[in-house]
Design a protein around this ligand. Structure first.
Ligand SMILES: CCCCCCCCCCCCC/C=C/C(=O)SCCNC(=O)CCNC(=O)[C@H](O)C(C)(C)COP(=O)(O)OP(=O)(O)OC[C@H]1O[C@@H](n2cnc3c(N)ncnc32)[C@H](O)[C@@H]1OP(=O)(O)O
Length: 305
């Protein structure tokens, strides 16, 4: 696993572009399997920060974030996420993936702010490439992707949920979700914005992004950020039912449709990847932005005392 992670990290940082396996549109999974060959064996695999369990009979994998205290998306997490997704994409038996958290009350706290504070340009470059890679892989995945948001999910955590095909959230007003970057004095990049617009529409996205709104679950449902609220103890059951409904369709029809809906947004980042990295590194390197991020981290720590 360590060797695989190192290889992937090297591929992300050196070549700049990973082969986006099974980038949409691709043919149906069943159609790719040579006739007569058995399904590739599927196993559960657990890494440091993400647990993946594959249900071979349903063809559905569950990916659980388990990176205490708050599942923040640091370089190691992002690398593990990409490796896990690649493994599942390459597993011909896997048609759907449920993304959720093993940490109570938190889905993901978003990008790890410490990765954006006081580091070198090289580090920012490597980190941002990994963030891009995570989104490109998830947003372009051929599998049915279902976010089970069982806790708060600000900023990058919200992006993960928004990048899935469907979002179920625990019916708890204490859990919030949204792209709150503006509250940190930073700007959601264009592809965060485009992903958001594709889910909620221009008006809700514009207002929410300018205000950096974090919505309690009931409001998130009202504005279409999530598709359903479910009592926490029913999340698993609901996720299984929703996944079965999506998997009932022929893969190729669903996949080509998904690609049509997402291609323009994906292509834009692929075409402007290096420029986007430069924008990020010069933006976060500004002293004013560093100051905002430091103040935000201090605020988080003070909140506890
Ligand atoms: C020309 C145009 C140019 C434009 C160019 C644009 C370029 C791009 C610019 C940059 C874009 C960046 C996009 C950023 C995306 C992000 O995701 S930023 C992260 C946003 N996340 C948050 O705001 C969440 C902050 N955290 C919380 O609100 C809470 O922690 C929580 C998640 C709700 C959990 O609360 P609680 O259970 O009470 O735990 P805490 O005590 O608050 O936290 C526990 C410890 O974890 C630390 N922590 C929390 N979140 C983060 C995080 N995101 N990163 C790092 N660390 C985090 C927190 O400080 C605590 O630490 P300790 O005090 O040491 O225990």
């Amino acid at each position: 696993m360590a060797a695989a992670a190192a290889t992937l990290a090297r591929r992300i940082t050196r070549s700049g572009v990973l082969p986006l396996c099974r980038r949409l549109p691709v043919w149906g999974r069943a159609a790719r399997r040579p006739p007569g060959l058995p399904l590739a064996p599927c196993r559960a695999f657990s890494n440091k920060k993400i647990q993946v369990d594959m249900n071979e009979s349903s063809g559905v994998a569950t990916m659980k974030f388990k990176s205490p205290p708050v599942n923040s998306l640091n370089l190691d997490f992002l690398t593990e996420f990409c490796i896990s997704l690649e493994k599942l994409e390459n597993d011909r038996a896997c048609r759907g993936i449920i993304i959720t958290s093993a940490i109570p009350k938190i889905f993901s706290s978003g990008l790890d702010i410490t990765e954006m504070c006081g580091k070198s340009t090289e580090h920012y470059t490597e980190f941002w490439r990994a963030v891009q890679e995570m989104w490109l892989r998830l947003y372009s995945s051929n599998m049915v992707t279902l976010a089970v948001v069982n806790g708060s999910s600000p900023a990058g955590g919200c992006l993960i949920a928004l990048s899935c095909d469907y979002r179920i959230m625990a019916d708890n007003p204490k859990y919030t979700i949204g792209l709150n970057e503006a509250q940190l004095g930073i700007v959601a990049p264009f592809w965060f914005k485009d992903t958001f617009v594709n889910v909620v529409g221009q008006r809700v996205a514009e207002r929410s992004l300018q205000l950096g709104s974090l919505y309690p679950a009931p409001e998130a449902l009202k504005f279409g950020i999530v598709d359903e609220l479910v009592p926490e103890e029913k999340l698993q059951e609901k996720a299984t039912a929703v996944m079965a409904q999506w998997l009932a369709l022929p893969d190729h029809a669903r996949q080509i449709t998904k690609s049509m809906m997402r291609k323009a947004v994906l292509d834009l980042l692929v075409a402007h990847r290096e420029e986007d990295i430069k924008n990020f590194t010069s933006f976060v390197s500004k002293e004013s932005i560093q100051k905002s991020l430091r103040m935000y981290m201090e605020m988080l720590k003070k909140k506890k005392s």
